[in-house]
Structure formats: structure tokens, C-alpha cells
Design a protein around this ligand. Sequence first.
Ligand SMILES: NC(=O)c1ccc[n+]([C@@H]2O[C@H](COP(=O)([O-])OP(=O)(O)OC[C@H]3O[C@@H](n4cnc5c(N)ncnc54)[C@H](OP(=O)(O)O)[C@@H]3O)[C@@H](O)[C@H]2O)c1
Length: 242
Amino acid sequence: MKTVLITGARSGLGLALARTFLARGWRVVAAGRQMDTLPDDVRNNPNTTTIELELTDDASLRACAAALHDAPVDVLINNAGVYDSTSVDSDEVVTTVGDISRVFAVNAIAPRLLAETLLPNLQKGGEHVVVGISSGMGTFAQLRGCGLEPTSRGCDGYEAVHWAYSASKTALNYALLAFGVLHPEIKISLINPGWMQTSIGGKDAPLSPTECAEHITNLIIDHATKLPAGTLVDHLGNTMEL
Ligand SMILES: NC(=O)c1ccc[n+]([C@@H]2O[C@H](COP(=O)([O-])OP(=O)(O)OC[C@H]3O[C@@H](n4cnc5c(N)ncnc54)[C@H](OP(=O)(O)O)[C@@H]3O)[C@@H](O)[C@H]2O)c1
């Protein structure tokens, strides 16, 4: 049985991914905060293991690896993330060094450190895949489009207003791709899940986390043919310009 470790598995896309991987017969290590509140269908599944993980805490990252002991991890999905304002509709972004640092810590720094910490487990797995759940907002292509392309949200410089979130995703992309350069035996793939109805995406988003999770699970399970290494794709596997 193959094993996927999913961060931020308590809600949104992470929870939906836990459900889709369990449905495909994978073992799921659901990592996140307050895992005692993980919905029963996932928590009580015999193929689920839960691990408490606070991504801004080095000791918690080490404890996550310790809790796994030497167990193989086939796929690590760095899914957890935070936004830089209370909602997608708000232009009141975080402005302090502390708050902006926290966005970078959760979205970019911790995913890289977690990949490093779990490298022995990934090397024991059969798939050797690390996925970063990224965002189109973190691409220079979308920033260049601000004010030029009449895209759904890019036309008003939305990405530029939300620079802390956007830049943290750019940093995630770089941090994981650089990890792949140092560890070529590990396949790094970046996935933009699309605009989804979650606490980050808000209720007006066109996509449900369940449908995105189905697509992303398909990409990951068939990664050899469907998921390119070292680049960003959307949830359907279409390559996006970084
Ligand atoms: N929704 C969209 O439209 C959209 C678009 C592009 C990319 N994304 C990306 O998709 C990923 C999933 O987000 P989502 O939309 O599913 O939002 P979500 O429902 O808010 O999920 C975010 C998850 O990250 C976890 N998390 C946040 N801070 C953490 C920390 N310090 N330590 C551990 N876990 C932490 C949250 O845990 P708690 O439950 O404990 O808070 C939650 O489970 C994120 O990386 C996001 O940037 C989302």
C-alpha cells in the first residue's frame, strides 16, 4: 500500500485530498493542527494516521518526522497554506514584519524544511514525489499580466496587492525546485489547484475542493505520465508559465 503525507489535511483541499487518496486505497498520513477535529470519515478510516503539525514550529516539524519513525512516504503533498488577508475580497493585507513572515513561513519555508526532514522517509518510498500546492498568483507570468490581460482577477493588479501571498508562493516554487536540484532522485511538481471554495478561496470561487482533489489525485497517482517534474501545472495537468 502506498503512503501519502498531506499537510493541512483538516480542511479545504487537504481534507478533500485525504478523502480521494483513501478512496484509491492509499494510506494517508493526515498532518495538521487540532487533528482531533478531523472529520470522522477520515479519522476513523483504518488507513489514516494523524500527526499534529504546526508548520511555524521547528520542533513540530522534527516531531512529525519522529512520529513516522522509519516508515516510507511515497508522496509528500505540501498543501497547507495561509492567505495574506481575511478574505479574497479584502484588500486589507497583512502589513507587519511578523504577519508577513508568518505567511512566508507557512507557505514557503516550512514546506522546504519538511521535505528536508522527511527525505529519509521519501527515499524509502517507491514513488519519490514531493508536490507543492502553489498558485497562479505566485507566477511572474500572472504579475506581468496585471493591468494588461483582462483575466478574471488579474486585471486590477490583484496579485500585486496581495504581494505577500503571491511572493510566498513564488518562494515555495523556488524552494522546492532547488530541493529537487540537490536531490535529483526526488521528483518535484508544483500544482496550482485553481480558485476553490475554501476558507482561502471564499464562497464565490468556481471550483469545489472535491473536484480539484479528484483531478490532482489523478495527476499524482499517474505522475509518471501525467505530472511533469520541475514545473507548475494546473489541476488538469496543463503546464503554466512560472
Ligand atoms: N482556495 C483557493 O482558491 C486556492 C487557490 C490557489 C492555491 N490555493 C492553495 O491551496 C492550499 C490549500 O488551501 P485551501 O484553499 O484548502 O484553504 P484552507 O481550507 O484554509 O486550508 C489551509 C490549510 O492549511 C492549514 N494551515 C494553515 N496554517 C498552518 C500552520 N501554521 N501549520 C499547519 N497547518 C496550517 C490549515 O489548518 P487549520 O485548519 O488548522 O487552520 C488548513 O488545513 C493552500 O496552499 C493555498 O494557498 C488555494
